[in-house]
Design a binder for this molecule. Structure first.
Ligand code: HEC
Length: 98
């Protein structure tokens, strides 16, 4: 019971679309990341902003997204995202930004 209440709260706060395809980077990005990264740094597609990050590697960037960095909450605020989904979204953003 407690769990289902928690589940509801989480779902309503983050507007979770459960059953999102695993590791579909674009879908994860559009749903969970674009809200911020379309408008704030590092902006998706901003090659200059991404170049130094890309050098650190996708795994290092993914780790920063998973634990959160600066104004970005852990997993972009989407606790339901798996590590694989998070990484796929990072890879999609990298592809768009190099
Ligand atoms: C609430 C707004 C917000 C959301 C949602 C968000 N981000 Fe971010 N993201 C940021 C900000 C701000 C930074 C810059 C953090 C810093 O360097 O201080 C950042 C940084 C990053 C970085 C660079 C990490 C590094 O190594 O420096 C990556 C990669 C990234 N975000 C991916 C994602 C992905 C993938 C998602 C979706 C799962 C996501 N972000 C969702 C705001 C957001």
């Amino acid at each position: 019971m407690r769990l289902s209440i928690l589940g509801c709260a989480v779902a309503s706060v983050f507007i979770v679309a459960t059953g999102a395809q695993a590791a579909d980077g674009k879908a994860v990005y559009d749903k969970d990341c674009a809200g911020c990264h379309k408008m704030m740094a590092p902006k998706t597609g901003d090659k200059a902003a991404w170049a130094p990050l890309i050098k650190t590697g996708v795994d290092a960037m993914t780790a920063n997204v998973i634990k959160g960095k600066g104004m970005m909450p852990a997993r972009g605020g989407h606790a339901d995202l798996s590590d694989a989904d998070t990484k796929a979204a990072v890879e999609y953003m990298v592809d768009q930004s190099k």
